[in-house]
Ligand binder design. Structure first.
Ligand SMILES: [Fe+2]
Ligand SMILES: [Fe+2]
Length: 184
């Protein structure tokens, strides 16, 4: 799908702040794809769509997920997690994206999971390290993102879990499985 068409759609659905984040993630993801021999076009598509559901009404998002048989466990966790699977549904249903790798990259960009593909790792890392992100460990993660993807991913998911545990909030099982997979 034409990036310009997706961008036009994003402007209608996202706040300016979120829209700008998406553009930065897209540039970061394209550069990571280029460095790691992944399709730049796939990285661009996945990144452009990744937060498409971010500003969606919560009830509508819940309804969409239920209609598509999303894991009921999702509703026991913070709604921050919902926009990722909702985004994958929207990319497929409304925009005809059929590439499973792109859809999975969108679906797992918040939680991560075990056995992530190259494209999934690229989007996860790009989302976390885009130039607008500002947290104490981000510079180290940016540096690591220039090396092997699985090592960068291991540090990113460790950082995510540390952050969640620090806040004493529940951790979605996919994230724990992701952590176990990458530190093994
Ligand atoms: Fe997101
Ligand atoms: Fe994002």
């Amino acid at each position: 799908m034409e990036p310009a068409k997706i961008i036009e759609e994003l402007q209608k659905r996202l706040s300016m702040q979120r829209f700008q984040h998406v553009l930065r993630v897209t540039e970061t993801a394209k550069s990571l794809a280029n460095m790691n021999g992944e399709s730049i076009e796939s990285a661009e598509t996945a990144a452009l769509f990744h937060d498409i559901a971010k500003n969606m009404d919560t009830d509508k998002m819940k309804e969409l997920l239920k209609r598509h048989d999303a894991d009921p466990l999702l509703f026991k966790f913070h709604k921050e997690l919902w926009h990722a699977p909702a985004g994958a549904i929207i990319a497929r249903e409304e925009f005809g994206i059929q590439d499973e790798d792109i859809l999975n990259a969108i679906r797992f960009h918040t939680t991560g999971r075990a056995h992530m593909s190259k494209l999934e790792m690229i989007l996860y890392i790009a989302d976390m390290t885009e130039p607008g992100r500002d947290f104490p460990e981000v510079d180290e993660l940016r540096l690591l993102s220039e090396g092997p993807l699985d090592q960068a991913m291991r540090s990113c998911i460790t950082q995510t879990l540390n952050h969640l545990i620090g806040k004493q909030v529940p951790v979605y099982p996919d994230s724990i499985e992701c952590y176990n997979y990458f530190v093994k």
